[in-house]
Design a protein around this ligand. Structure first.
Ligand code: ZN
Length: 294
């Protein structure tokens, strides 16, 4: 719904009255077509069609890493089919955690943002935010300086994003700022996963490490988001590509996609991810946390 009670045509329309300058946080005029410039500091963004632009990645950043360059091309060409394709060929079996989390919101009335959505969209009512300009993205910008007023979101989803940023704590602080008191977030980060630039890759987390990162929040729970077989299969694929490429980077890059043939082994995680000791070797963890109401 918009402020007038009429159903919003697109998620960007739901930000009327919530947009602020990403630099000095003064309110920006409503998202009418065209420029959204801060009267105080001159910063701001633009609305083009159904999308708000407030900076984001430079094209060169997305194309520096050779594997990520291929990924970006595929993402743009296949758009929303990309997440489905990744799910199929990926060695990682993600457990069902986003849908059950979203089921706890009334998405017609409550505003939930997917911070770092990539080309994925869980629901047409969700605000997709990303540094990259993909078809589904409603708001392009820096996740550390969102052009959103304090306490403007009811929920946040962040899946496989924080390993790719050099300053995860700054991202978590920004989540705190834009989340309403009582608002909830869901965050997945990897633990045992090989290096994968998108466009960068900086860190991994244990379950206690993840809880520590969200220490300011009330932690509802942490659990295995992807199990031990996913860890093993991905490492095995990379290891085989290394061994069989005899020191050639070109051959290694050609071999990696062939190794995806081993990915179905990940299905063992339907069972193994539930093992009480699965956190020892989990591919990733998911945390649910709440900004305390008081
Ligand atoms: Zn400003």
């Amino acid at each position: 719904m918009t402020e007038t009670g009429a159903p919003a045509r697109c998620p960007a329309d739901r930000l009327t009255g919530l947009l602020v300058c990403p630099s000095c946080r003064l309110p920006l005029d409503g998202p009418a077509d065209g420029r959204l410039t801060c009267a105080a500091c001159g910063c701001g963004g633009q609305r083009r069609g159904d999308r708000l632009h407030f900076g984001g990645f430079e094209e060169t950043e997305l194309r520096d890493d050779p594997l990520n360059r291929i990924k970006e091309t595929v993402k743009r060409r296949f758009g929303r089919a990309y997440p489905m394709a990744i799910q199929m060929v990926s060695p990682v079996l993600l457990r069902r955690f986003v849908r059950p989390f979203l089921a706890g919101f009334d998405l017609d009335r409550q505003l939930v943002a997917d911070l770092g959505s990539g080309t994925n969209r869980y629901d047409r009512r969700i605000l997709c935010v990303d540094g990259g300009v993909y078809d589904n993205v409603d708001l392009v910008g820096d996740l550390r300086t969102l052009p959103l007023a304090d306490a403007s979101l009811d929920g946040i989803v962040s899946v496989a994003v924080l390993e790719h940023v050099p300053d995860p704590q700054a991202h978590v602080e920004e989540m705190w700022r834009v989340l309403k008191p009582g608002g909830r977030l869901l965050c997945f980060v990897p633990f045992m996963q090989p290096f994968h630039a998108s466009p960068y890759d900086y860190q991994r987390y244990t379950a206690p490490g993840l809880a520590e990162l969200f220490g300011r929040f009330e932690v509802v729970g942490t659990r295995v988001g992807a199990g031990p077989t996913s860890s093993l299969v991905w490492v095995l694929q990379e290891w085989l590509a290394l061994v069989l490429s005899f020191g050639s980077t070109r051959l290694y890059r050609a071999l990696v996609p062939l190794m995806w043939a081993l990915s179905p082994l990940k299905l063992a995680d339907h069972l193994l991810a539930r093992h009480p000791a699965a956190p020892v070797l989990a591919s990733g963890f998911v945390i649910e946390a709440r900004r305390p109401a008081g």
